[in-house]
Design a protein around this ligand. Sequence first.
Ligand code: NAD
Length: 234
Amino acid sequence: MTMTQRVALVTGTGGELGAAIAAALAASGAMVVGLDIADTATDLTARHYRCDLSDLAAVGEVLDSIRREVGPIEVLVNNAAYYRHTPFFELTPEQIRTTLAVNVTAVLFLCQQVARQIIQSGSGGVIVNVASIAGRNGSSQVDYGASKAAVINLTATLGRVLAEHGIRINGVAPALVGSGMGTRLGPGVREKFLAATPLKRAAEPAEVADVVAFLASDAASYLNGTTIDIHGGL
Ligand SMILES: NC(=O)c1ccc[n+]([C@@H]2O[C@H](COP(=O)([O-])OP(=O)(O)OC[C@H]3O[C@@H](n4cnc5c(N)ncnc54)[C@H](O)[C@@H]3O)[C@@H](O)[C@H]2O)c1
């Protein structure tokens, strides 16, 4: 699939990593549509939609608007996520619900709804989910780690479900990124990551975005249902 003029929806474009992913896809020729709970749009997106991903009715409306106003989505990058540092015994039901709603339920719903658009458009498509190394190894932020394990799992399962419809789905699992939630971790977490990482630094957003753009491209035509760790050797 060439990216030229393909409509690519990237969630969480209000953050630096989401903006870097939008930039990498735009550089491949895609027409990038951004979505975030915040108004912050990057100038690399053709259009920006403000939407709370925990409200699935609103998500459905935005997807309809994108199809009408821009065209059928053929590339989806689920990058938005909710993370708040809270010790386990201080976690509230509301935080647990929000983490799972944004990081899992919305991702699954977007995969389903966008897959429908891709099937209707008849030209195939691709989905990339941004998980986390926390989904493989566990995390001191237990709600977040559990949500990212679910993303890795649903990516593997949907690789089997969507292949017959001409849709590839893969993920990335970054460790420490030097932006966004990577700067809002619990006390000492960033230092522990840096000490344990052979490359001795966090990933730049562009270093994650380039892998996402690779997975979305034809160069990754035999990758399906897999999640690539981006951890500097951790
Ligand atoms: N930064 C890191 O160290 C790191 C490491 C591993 C994985 N990740 C993953 O990378 C992705 C991007 O993270 P980031 O570090 O750029 O975080 P970030 O907080 O900077 O960006 C996340 C974006 O998602 C948006 N968002 C949050 N809740 C939303 C909602 N309900 N509806 C719509 N948008 C919402 C935020 O407004 C924000 O713009 C996430 O999936 C995260 O889990 C980040």
